[in-house]
Design a binder for this molecule. Structure first.
Ligand SMILES: Nc1nc2c(ncn2[C@@H]2O[C@H](COP(=O)(O)OP(=O)(O)OP(=O)(O)O)[C@@H](O)[C@H]2O)c(=O)[nH]1
Ligand SMILES: [Mg+2]
Length: 318
């Protein structure tokens, strides 16, 4: 009987695999119990992994036979769903494309949470406003530009007509690895198809009652772009809950608070909620931060504080 050994990916592999050459690659798709690896030489292969192996698209790996070893990550982006479950969005990303449609608009706070999560993970977030061919687009673009243009790069475009795609291609062509995230139906897969027609990702119809999507993409996939750069298409999701973000990180990364970074609050650990001599509250009073933007900050602050409390309780139980 052949000797068997336990591998990093949790499977048993025969000694024969020890003789296989070691190959380096990147995970380009994750199918639950198997991942697709693109090797440095250009060939692809499926490798079996444990269902909850913790691997994600974008992971650099070494594969020898059936044995897959994950290499350390440069960055990792996580999010929390409505049931408090934590999901990895991608590994080794440089940029995050937050895709919204000009209509219907994204859930309140979606963009803000994604920007904060990306920045806290060391990624540069940018905003893509798709479906600018729609009648309602001008107002939506003006409103979103008004809020976010001072904080992140904003790309208004249409995957259907191709208008506005060139600046995005130039940005990605600088060699970034990014992911498109957004709610279902905003056109993430359509955009990737428009950027690189050979990819030919499945695109879904919209629900006729609410113009929203129907979770067409079910697996994240990484694609090399023809003019440089790489992009991950992800399945749509509704919640970009923050994971292990401190109150200081929230205030430092919240879009629209950039002006406050140069100013000092009286208290070093000011939460910008009701503390005296708070630079943020002053800017709200002066109308330089809108009441609406501040209200969204407070809402996210409540979540962050609940998260901090949960983390402390976990520590106490240890
Ligand atoms: N009018 C218009 N429709 C678009 C545009 N881009 C995508 N769509 C439509 O939006 C619908 C959803 O597109 P998808 O590309 O499947 O959206 P998705 O974000 O990948 O959705 P999930 O995979 O479910 O997360 C399709 O019917 C597309 O034809 C656009 O620029 N303009
Ligand atoms: Mg899709």
């Amino acid at each position: 009987m052949k000797a068997r050994k336990k591998t990093d990916s949790g499977h048993t592999a025969s000694k024969a695999s020890d003789l296989s050459p070691e190959r380096r690659g990147v995970i380009v798709a994750h199918h639950g119990v198997a991942v697709e690896v693109l090797y440095d030489g250009g060939e692809r292969d499926m490798v079996r992994v444990k269902r909850r192996s913790g691997h994600v698209v974008g992971d650099d790996v070494l594969v020898r036979g059936e044995v897959l070893e994950r290499l350390p990550r440069r960055t990792e982006l996580r999010r929390r769903d409505a049931m408090r479950g934590v999901h990895l969005v991608g590994a080794n990303l440089d940029v995050l494309g937050i895709v919204v449609a000009a209509f219907p608009l994204p859930p309140a706070g979606f963009i803000d949470r994604a920007v904060v999560a990306a920045r806290a993970a060391g990624l540069d977030p940018f905003l893509v406003i798709n479906k600018c061919d729609l009648d309602q687009a001008d107002n939506a673009v003006a409103a979103l530009q008004g809020i976010y243009a001072g904080s992140v790069m904003v790309f208004p475009l249409s995957a259907v007509t191709g208008d506005g795609l060139a600046p995005l291609l130039a940005f990605l062509g600088a060699g970034h690895r990014g992911a498109f995230v957004g709610t279902t139906g905003v056109g993430k897969s359509s955009l990737l198809n428009a950027i690189c027609p050979e990819i030919d990702l499945k695109v879904g119809a919209l629900n006729v009652f609410n113009d929203r999507g129907c979770n067409t993409t079910t697996v994240s996939t990484l694609h090399a772009l023809p003019d440089g750069g790489e992009l991950i298409d992800t399945p749509g999701f509704q919640d970009f809950g923050l994971v292990d973000i401190s109150m200081q990180e929230l205030a430092a990364h919240y879009p629209g608070f950039e002006e406050t970074h140069e100013l000092a609050c009286r208290f070093r650990n000011c939460r910008h909620r009701s503390e005296p001599c708070c630079a943020v509250i002053d800017l709200v009073a002066q109308g330089r931060i809108s009441a609406e933007r501040y209200a969204t900050y407070l809402e996210i602050l409540n979540e962050v504080e609940s998260g901090e409390l949960e983390a402390r309780q976990r520590e106490w139980k240890k």
